[in-house]
Design a protein around this ligand. Structure first.
Ligand SMILES: [Fe+2]
Ligand SMILES: [Fe+2]
Length: 312
């Protein structure tokens, strides 16, 4: 079965059959006649809403969760909003279609080059070689199976791509480099801020699994990141001191600002701002690229007029 071209399938009343990919648990709502399901199909940069109106039809999705399915869909629209109505859906029988066929990825060569460049820049600013040695061991530990370099930074929001976590982290390090240049008072804490930035989201390796929610997602990447670092506690305390280690814990716990445990340290507050600036800028650009009328809707501020964008 071919993979359905989601945008082409949206054409009104068009019937398409093929493989689709669901990366997140759809929601079930109560309708006038019966419960119905709303979810999202993903294919590369396409993200299209689907609806399933009958419980017998959506039962296989409830039973099997996110994954690859074979489906028959019809292009539909309501109040100018387009979506796909699913007529039938069942776990895919095609063995040659893999999850990664549906996911966009950032080329590894670009990720590695960007990482190397920001690393050299931060070293020139004052991050120590010992700090990089520690970072290398923490992000390349065999237990992570290389996933710090391949996992996404999110499932639905910014950098929801293979490699997105490393990409997001690298972009934050670039902002951190600018902050260290702007505020030399921070230089004695360059190692702490750099290390904490690198590990602030490392628990996403446990919260997600190749851009799907992992089994124990509910304990959050903040808790899982702190837990993961306990394996390096002795090393970090002997290389630095206990204050450094506890400060890193505070950054991981507090980096979501008002959307999680409130920051309890200046480092957590700074990294929260860096995280927000990076992820929100990326989100705005992604939404603008996907927008049809050159503007986007922001939950807090309403419609935002766009601006000219170039290629990546
Ligand atoms: Fe986070
Ligand atoms: Fe983050």
């Amino acid at each position: 079965m071919p993979i359905i071209d989601l945008n082409a399938a949206l054409e009104l009343n068009k019937i398409s059959q093929g493989a689709v990919y669901i990366n997140d648990y759809p929601v079930i709502r109560t309708g006038k006649r019966s419960d119905f399901m709303i979810g999202t199909f993903i294919n590369q940069d396409q993200e299209v809403e689907f609806r399933i109106w009958e419980p017998e039809i959506f039962k296989p999705v409830v039973d099997n969760g996110p994954g690859i399915y074979d489906a028959e869909v019809v292009g539909n629209s309501f109040n100018d909003k387009v979506y796909l109505t699913v007529r039938s859906i069942a776990p895919s029988l095609s063995r040659n279609i893999k999850k990664s066929d549906f996911l966009s990825s950032i080329p590894r060569i670009i990720l590695d080059a960007n990482w190397q460049r920001v690393r050299e820049r931060l070293s020139r600013i004052g991050v120590s070689d010992g700090c990089w040695a520690l970072i290398d061991d923490v992000i390349n530990d065999p237990s992570l199976d290389g996933r710090f370099q391949t996992e996404g930074a999110a499932i639905r929001h910014h950098d929801n791509l293979i490699g997105g976590l490393l990409h997001h982290t690298t972009k934050m390090l670039r902002i951190l480099a600018a902050l260290l240049e702007n505020n030399p008072e921070l230089l004695p804490s360059a190692d702490l801020l750099c290390f904490a930035t690198v590990v602030h989201d490392i628990g996403k390796v446990f919260e997600y699994d190749n851009l799907e929610v992992a089994s124990y997602w509910y304990s959050s990447h903040r808790v899982r990141g702190i837990e993961y670092l306990t394996g390096f506690a002795d090393r970090i305390i002997s290389q630095y001191n206990e204050d450094f280690y506890r400060q890193v814990q505070a950054v991981i716990a507090g980096h979501h600002g008002e959307y999680g445990d409130r920051p309890t340290t200046v480092a957590a507050a700074i990294i929260h701002y860096v995280d927000t600036l990076e992820s929100q800028t990326t989100r705005l650009i992604q939404e603008l690229q996907a927008s049809e009328d050159g503007r986007l809707y922001d939950r807090d501020w309403g419609f935002l007029q766009g601006l000219p964008l170039g290629e990546k």
